[in-house]
Design a protein around this ligand. Structure first.
Ligand SMILES: C[S@@+](CC[C@H](N)C(=O)[O-])C[C@H]1O[C@@H](n2cnc3c(N)ncnc32)[C@H](O)[C@@H]1O
Length: 218
């Protein structure tokens, strides 16, 4: 596990990872979120990887706008969207901790969604960010998510720190969920649902401790 945070190194790790066509099977979290979405919900995915979840949201009729730091991941999203004849998903290479880039993408999503509120979604990304990046992102979200809109998160929590991992060689930070909740609340979010535990993101020999959170801008 790499403790040192270096955005360029992180980007090159994810570029290498997604060059090898990681599977497009949707995550369990994506499927659980889908069961409760309004039919017309428009999804903004922060850190989409190869689009496994964005494309699954799109396959269920949801317009999706997704961003990722890795251009290889975005290439994979776009190629898969063409292969599946999906014409209502949009993928952008961007850094979600850049206020200018993220604000621009949210504005683009609002113009495509017309009057439909946006639903934000971010899976297994918070633990890829360092603490400063987490604070920057939450501040951007606090300023740009509108009243009544929701964000769904899943990420590795502190309880996961000592468990063995299937994939190594990249930065991970085990998120302090109490601090995360207080930052969300300070940004004007209400925590609608939270759970921390195992059995929600099992992958091969790994059964990580993850936090799932639904937060609503109030
Ligand atoms: C573990 S992968 C998760 C991908 C996908 N959400 C999933 O569940 O399969 C973490 C993703 O976060 C992206 N990421 C890390 N830092 C980022 C940043 N600053 N801006 C945008 N994406 C970032 C990486 O490129 C990578 O695709």
């Amino acid at each position: 596990m790499i403790n040192k945070k270096d955005v360029a190194f992180n980007k090159s790790y994810w570029d290498g990872f997604y060059k090898h066509n990681f599977k497009h099977t949707p995550s369990q979290f994506c499927v659980s979120v889908l069961t409760e979405l309004d039919d017309k919900a428009v999804i903004v995915e922060l850190g989409s990887g190869n689009g496994r979840d964005s494309l699954y949201f799109a396959s269920q009729g949801h317009m999706t706008i997704a961003l990722d730091l890795s251009h290889e991941a975005i290439n994979s999203c776009e190629a898969e969207a063409v292969k599946r004849h999906v014409d209502h998903s949009y993928f952008v290479q961007a850094d979600l901790t850049s206020q200018q880039q993220l604000k621009g993408i949210i504005e683009k999503a609002r113009s495509k969604a017309k009057n439909t509120p946006l639903t934000f979604y971010s899976r297994f990304v918070m633990h890829s960010l360092d603490d400063n990046q987490e604070q920057t992102l939450l501040a951007i979200l606090a300023d740009n998510i509108q009243e009544g809109e929701k964000i769904y998160f899943e990420f590795r929590s502190q309880e996961d720190a000592d468990l063995d991992k299937h994939f190594g060689g990249h930065y991970r930070r085990y998120v302090d969920t109490d601090l995360f909740f207080s930052r969300l609340k300070n940004g004007g979010f209400e925590i609608e649902y939270q759970i921390i535990g195992q059995g929600m993101a099992k992958y091969k020999e790994e059964d990580p401790f993850v936090a799932r959170i639904i937060a609503k801008k109030s």
